[in-house]
Design a protein around this ligand. Structure first.
Ligand code: PMP
Ligand code: GLU
Length: 393
């Protein structure tokens, strides 16, 4: 029944891991969930209240397919205040049902069959699937061993077929933050080669050390810079499905047609909540509290993971993931993740779908407490010792 494209489309490795963990939990297995990338905090009360208020006021009908004007204006204001960018709310911004859909709509709008998208890997699992879904070809450009982007390799990877480059900083799954020099150099490659630079900045606010570098500082929308972002991470709004695209006028108009022909619009009361999230002074406090708590978890896990034998890891500076390499045992990341689940009831995501990192696992600490972290480290220690023992014997 299915088209060739959908039949061969990979499932989302993160969502599949999460479904599997939930199924086991429903059967009574106490699974330690270090899988899905989600901040396990409540959406701040003032944002929830704003959605109720908007529903009571009647924001319950179809709205503009480009999105609520107040929200688009607030996004322009944010970019002006934080990064000095000069954007037009009608021409340069469109609201989407989540950042994932925003990326899909961009690629759907620009790709012809056979066009390529370069992905700086390791990278989020869905870039590849979304590229395939939009009819393109994904090609990975590996970063160096410390997960810094390899600009020379990117240059070599360019060709006439490359329509876009996707970057993501702070990065899922590594937690690396690209510095000014790196973002500038990548923007120059995109600019010189006439490719779009799609910068996924969804973890922009989740930073423990260093600072976020917005790609718009080095390339304007009309020069081909596209920024995607959303409300899932900074405001703990994963279930609300709210994101946006900032980009050139022609692209935004193309995405608008996709919105008109698919979802029509994002629910207006959800967008109003997003407007309040961006403009209320209460939000900053909520973000700061969340980031402090995530940093605390990062520090505990970093010390714990560092003390385990057989893992190579870097200290992440942002987002809420570790992406360690399992050094010795000759076991694929998929087999390792299955083993950890079946024998130790810990759920992580295998490294392979993050761009072929088959010796790595992704550990998400967005939604776990201290008790789980302690138990996780203990079980992982035992598992690694057991695997090491087996490979030695
Ligand atoms: N980009 C990255 C790098 C992500 O980790 C995620 C995960 N949620 C998304 C985009 C999608 O976010 P959203 O919930 O807004 O679709
Ligand atoms: N982005 C998160 C993750 O990497 C959420 C799940 C998804 O959409 O992939 O786990």
């Amino acid at each position: 029944m299915l088209s060739e494209k959908i039949r061969t489309l990979p499932e989302s490795a993160t969502l599949r891991a999460s479904e599997r963990a939930k199924e086991l939990a429903a059967k009574g297995v106490k699974v330690l969930r270090f899988d899905i990338g989600e901040p396990g905090f409540d959406t701040p009360a003032h944002i929830v209240e704003a959605a109720y208020e908007a529903m009571r006021k009647g924001l319950t009908h179809y709205g503009s397919s480009r999105g609520l004007r107040e929200l688009r204006e607030a996004i322009c204001q944010k970019f002006e205040e934080e990064y000095g960018a000069d954007l037009d709310p009608d021409d340069n911004v469109i609201i989407a049902p989540g950042t994932k859909y925003a990326i899909y709509a961009i690629l759907e709008a620009i790709l012809n069959p056979g066009d390529e998208v370069l992905l700086l890997s390791p990278c989020w699992v869905s870039y590849e699937g979304i590229t395939l879904l939009a009819g393109g070809k994904a090609r990975f450009i590996s970063s160096n061993r410390n997960f810094r982007p390899d600009v020379e390799a990117l240059k070599e990877g360019m060709s006439k077929r490359v329509k876009a480059i996707i970057i993501n900083s702070p990065n899922n799954p590594t937690g690396v933050i690209f510095d000014e020099r790196e973002v500038k150099a990548i923007a120059e490659v995109a600019h010189d080669e006439g490719a779009l630079l799609i910068s996924d900045e969804i973890y922009e606010k989740i930073i423990f050390e260093g600072k976020h570098v917005c790609a718009l500082r080095f390339m304007s929308p009309e020069e081909g810079c596209v920024v995607v972002n959303g409300f899932s991470k900074a405001f703990a709004m994963t279930g609300w499905r709210l994101g946006y695209v900032v980009g050139p006028k022609e692209l935004i108009a193309g995405i608008n047609k996709i919105m008109q022909q698919t979802v029509s619009c994002v629910p207006p009361f959800i967008q109003w909540a997003g407007y309040v999230a961006l403009t209320s002074p209460k939000s900053e406090e909520a973000i700061n509290e969340m980031v402090m708590e995530l940093k605390r978890r990062r520090d505990i896990l970093y010390e714990g993971l560092r003390s385990l034998k057989g893992l190579r890891l870097i200290k992440p500076k942002g987002a809420f993931y570790f992406f360690p390499e399992v050094e010795k045992p000759d076991i694929s990341s998929v087999d390792l993740a299955n083993y950890l689940l079946e024998r130790y009831a810990i759920m992580v995501v295998p490294g392979k779908p993050f761009g072929g990192y088959d010796k790595h696992i992704r550990i998400s600490y967005g939604a776990v407490g201290d008790v789980e972290i302690k138990e996780f480290l203990e079980r992982l220690r035992k598992a690694l010792e057991e695997i090491e023992g087996k490979s030695a014997s």
